[in-house]
Write a protein that binds this ligand. Structure first.
Ligand code: HEC
Length: 144
């Protein structure tokens, strides 16, 4: 009998875990889309560094650039929801990260063309990654 209860409990908890949490709002979906593009771009940059592949590096840079024009600030409303206790902070964090990422991308682009110095390019990659993780640590709901 105990076993039956156990299995029943397992089935229930599995089906609960399988449920999506709350449905995503269109703003959250748009934010997620931007995030996925940023992640892909960064991955291509990493690949470009590891394989010494300039085309791949530039493709990654372009992917991140394509999300520009307020690529984070335009998600202000969605970002605010991740920090209801201090929505203004979420927006100013987005502004600052956006500015920094844009600057690092510009620097990386010129490093790719002029110096082809892979340690500088790698430093740029790390700086961008720090921006991503910096915001995620503050705004992300999900645990790593
Ligand atoms: C201004 C804040 C901010 C910055 C900067 C930021 N993100 Fe995010 N990111 C978020 C938030 C908020 C989420 C949603 C987290 C959640 O719901 O778990 C997220 C989620 C993600 C996800 C998960 C998407 C999914 O499908 O679940 C990826 C991947 C991601 N970000 C990549 C990046 C990369 C790469 C960068 C840097 C180039 C970056 N992010 C910079 C706020 C930010």
């Amino acid at each position: 009998m105990k076993k039956v209860f156990f299995s029943l409990g397992l089935v229930i908890s599995l089906s609960v875990a399988g449920q999506p949490h709350t449905p995503m709002t269109p703003e959250q979906k748009a934010l997620q889309k931007t995030m996925k593009t940023l992640a892909k771009g960064l991955t291509r940059i990493q690949y470009g560094i590891l394989y010494n592949d300039q085309d791949e590096l530039l493709a990654g840079v372009r992917m991140i650039k394509r999300t520009q024009d307020g690529f984070l600030t335009r998600h202000g409303e969605a970002l605010k929801e991740y920090m209801p206790e201090n929505p203004k902070f979420a927006v100013s964090l987005a502004k600052l990260s956006e500015k920094n990422i844009e600057r690092y991308i510009r620097m990386m682009r010129s490093d790719i063309f002029s110096k082809k110095d892979y340690s500088r390019i790698t430093a740029g990659y790390t700086h961008i990654m720090q921006e991503c993780v910096g915001c995620h640590r503050k705004l992300r709901k999900r645990k790593w």
